[in-house]
Design a protein around this ligand. Structure first.
Ligand code: AFP
Length: 335
């Protein structure tokens, strides 16, 4: 059977699910940008792309050279095609305006250009996460696109995905009807469909959390993790294994491949913040993907996709992955 490239998959989606041509183009452009980022990441020290900048992003985090480069690659690739009304990124304080010389389109693109960037210098997997929303009707309003256009709950996403730059470069995509995985064929230069129906098993014996924060967690998380660690003779009656890559992309990819539970709870280190991960360009796209693959995702109290965002860089606690475990840890929060 002939191989299904990303382009062919998207054209078939247009035929079978009426995927609009401009959304198809948008995904192709994002995929092309991810190929360029993958190429830069793989150069490492040879390309002079390792190490940090002297700048901080809006979150007060020191930017890596590749954070900045990946952000530029995504902006440049997407600004001219006429498919977007605006973009927003982890690396930019405010919404990015499509330059006046280009036409504007119906969609908004939100992204974390290089997730897990602390892994870059140690040659461990990193990735790009993206979310696509429709731009609300601006009622003839001209001028700059404000942050409020982006503040839509995750249920409004029309597409979401991530690229993982690991031993293989892969693009994982949902258009709201299942999750597809494409592997980059470097000889062809194309993403090829290799994982047709990605599913998260309902049960698991693997969890992911940064244990070094244990003393800062809230009681429901402490209780739950204690029960996981108690193993076979504890209340959950089975032994669990633990993994933590410190790049959400890589942890989620493992869960999408073989199941598991990912947790980044709110903690008392910065009590004013409801978690570390960002809602709009980390938690929402990943939750959309995980739900489309049969898993679940909450902030401990409610479904992440139902949260009404109040700011572009809003943070959120995240519990996502195999349904049974997400439901258990959510129930402990609700008790
Ligand atoms: P960056 O996007 O700033 O690289 O952050 C990565 C991340 O938000 C997420 O991918 C990881 O799960 C998490 O940080 C790891 O955080 P800790 O270093 O606190 O474990």
């Amino acid at each position: 059977m002939s191989r299904v490239t990303l382009s062919r998959y998207l054209i078939e989606q247009t035929r079978s699910h009426n995927t609009p041509a401009d959304l198809r183009f948008l995904i192709e452009v994002v995929a092309r940008a991810c190929k360029a980022i993958s190429h830069q990441v793989s150069k490492g020290a040879l390309g002079g792309v390792l190490g940090s900048m002297e700048t901080e992003n809006v979150q007060g985090e020191v930017q890596k050279k590749l954070d900045v480069l990946s952000n530029e690659i995504l902006l440049e690739a997407n600004e001219w095609g006429g498919h977007l009304a605006g973009m927003a990124s982890e690396e930019m304080d405010k919404a990015y305006q499509i330059p006046g010389r280009y036409p504007k389109g119906a969609y908004l693109l939100v992204f974390d250009p290089l997730d897990g960037s602390s892994n870059i210098d140690v040659n461990v997997s990193v990735g790009t996460i993206f979310s696509v929303l429709r731009c609300p009707n601006r009622n003839g309003q001209s001028g700059d696109l404000g942050e409020e256009a982006f503040l839509q709950p995750g249920t409004e996403q029309v597409a979401a995905g991530y690229a993982i730059y690991g031993p293989q470069t892969m693009l994982i995509l949902t258009l709201g009807n299942g999750v597809k995985g494409f592997t980059l064929d470097r000889e062809l230069g194309s993403f090829v469909l290799t994982h047709d129906n990605m599913r998260v098993p309902e049960t698991t014996q693997e969890f992911a959390i940064n244990m070094s924060n244990q003393r800062h967690w809230e009681p429901p998380v402490k209780r739950y993790v204690e029960e996981l660690l108690a193993g076979k003779t504890g209340p959950l009656g089975k032994d669990y294994n633990m993994r933590w890559v410190a790049a959400m992309v890589a942890d989620v990819h493992r869960i999408l491949t073989r199941g598991g539970l990912f947790m980044y709870p709110r903690d008392s280190r910065e009590p004013e913040k409801p978690g570390k991960l960002r809602l709009m360009y980390e938690a929402n796209p990943m939750s959309f993907i995980i739900e489309q693959a049969g898993g679940a995702s909450t902030n401990g109290l409610q479904r992440i996709l139902d949260i009404q965002p109040t700011s572009l860089h809003q943070r959120v606690a995240v519990f996502l992955g195999s349904k049974q475990e997400v439901e258990r840890v959510t129930a402990y929060h609700q008790e």
